[in-house]
Every structure is written in structure tokens, then in C-alpha cells.
Write a protein that binds this ligand. Structure first.
Ligand SMILES: N[C@@H](CCC(=O)N[C@@H](CS)C(=O)NCC(=O)O)C(=O)O
Length: 209
């Protein structure tokens, strides 16, 4: 089968989720660098692949795709390797629910909100917006409590590793870099145990930006 191509940058949480899915399936791929933050905006050829100017985009065998959730599902369903989605409809729905929480709340509030304010802003010479962080911390607690409540096994959607874990790991890697995030995760024993498990996988270690 043809080798897929992933367009993006290693620093991106969504690109990393796709790379982790490819690694878990044992699929070789080409990673083509795209700088969506380049002066002047994303390159025109990338906008042709991803009209919103985001990363990642994906191509396999002439089939072009964007949106991480679509890419990781396609990878899981197209390539050999261990299944990354539960067959049971209820467990599969839990996986989809966990991914929805991550896209809808974890990414905007914990990554773009708390991580960017606490770590990226000072690294770029701007003071952290403490009021914004304070406003987002209760929302972060809601996110962690919701994910911990869903995680009725070692993984976020139960007994086996799924796409929900691969989607979450890159976001948690950034959130946990903030003192508030590390302390908050530690207060949820299920998530702390999950973090120990997912961060020890080779798919996570090998995709470290
Ligand atoms: N819904 C998209 C989101 C992708 C996304 O937000 N990617 C970020 C990097 S992690 C990005 O491209 N940001 C550039 C920007 O917002 O201009 C997906 O699931 O692929």
C-alpha cells in the first residue's frame, strides 16, 4: 500500500496525534513541513489542502483529507495493526465523547488558554494574563473531572488504548508543563495513572517535538 503523507509541524498537538496513530499502527509516512504561522499566512499550496489554514493535512493514495479526527479514523480503518477504536458501540461512543471534550474544551482552554498564557507568552516577552488563567482554571477542572469520569479503565475510553488517548496525550503534554496543570492532573489519580501509561509509549516518546 502507498505510504501516506502528513503535512504539518512537529510542534502541533494535532499533527502529533496523527503521528501517534500512525506509529501505533506501524505505518511509515512522510512528514512534510508546513509553517502556518509564516509571515503572510499559510502557503497557498497548503490552503488548497486545508482551506482553514490549519495543520495537519493528509494524503494517501490520491485521497486528500483534513481534520485530525477524520485522519486518525481513516488511518485506523485503512491500515493493519491493532484496532484503535472499540467495536462495542457504547465504548466507541465514549471514545468519540472524550475526543469531543478535547476538541471543544481542552484544546481552547487548557492549551490555547492556560498553556499559552503561562509558558508561551513569557517566552515571547509578554507577561502572562493572570486574570485569564484564573478564569480558565475552573474550566480546566471541569475538563479533567469529565475525562476522569469517562475513564472507567486504564485508558480514556476503557480497557484498551484508543484514538481518544492519542488525541489527548499531546494536549496534556503541554498543559502539564504549567505548574497549575501538573498539580491539577495529579489531583486526579485516574488521569495521573493514564498519563504515566500514555507518556511511556514509544508512539509518544518518538513524536516528542
Ligand atoms: N480542527 C482541526 C484543528 C487543527 C488545529 O487547530 N491545528 C493548529 C495547530 S495544533 C493550527 O493549525 N493552528 C494554526 C492557526 O490557528 O492559525 C483539526 O482537527 O485538525
Amino acid at each position: 500500500m502507498a505510504q501516506p503523507t502528513l503535512y504539518g509541524a512537529a510542534y502541533s498537538v494535532y499533527v502529533r496525534a496523527c503521528r501517534m496513530a500512525l506509529a501505533e499502527k506501524g505505518v511509515d509516512y512522510d512528514l512534510v513541513a508546513v509553517d502556518v504561522f509564516a509571515p503572510g499566512g499559510p502557503p497557498a499550496e497548503h490552503l488548497a489542502r486545508q482551506p482553514f489554514g490549519k495543520i495537519p493535512a493528509f494524503e494517501h493514495d490520491g485521497f486528500a483529507l483534513y481534520e485530525t479526527g477524520a485522519i486518525t479514523r481513516y488511518v485506523d480503518e485503512t491500515f493493519d495493526g491493532p484496532p484503535l477504536q472499540p467495536a462495542d458501540p457504547k465504548a466507541r461512543a465514549r471514545m468519540t465523547q472524550a475526543i469531543g471534550i478535547q476538541d471543544g474544551h481542552v484544546y481552547p482552554d487548557l492549551v490555547w488558554g492556560i498553556y499559552v498564557e503561562r509558558i508561551e507568552a513569557p517566552a515571547r516577552g509578554r507577561a502572562s494574563d493572570e486574570a485569564r488563567i484564573a478564569r480558565l482554571l475552573p474550566k480546566a477542572e471541569t475538563c479533567l473531572a469529565a475525562l476522569a469520569a469517562l475513564a472507567d479503565g486504564p485508558w480514556l475510553a476503557g480497557d484498551v488504548l484508543t484514538l481518544a488517548d492519542l488525541h489527548a496525550a499531546p494536549m496534556f503534554a503541554l498543559f502539564r508543563r504549567t505548574p497549575e496543570g501538573a498539580a491539577m492532573v495529579a489531583r486526579h489519580p485516574r488521569l495521573e495513572a493514564w498519563w504515566a501509561a500514555i507518556s511511556g509509549r514509544s508512539s509518544f516518546i518518538e513524536t516528542t517535538p
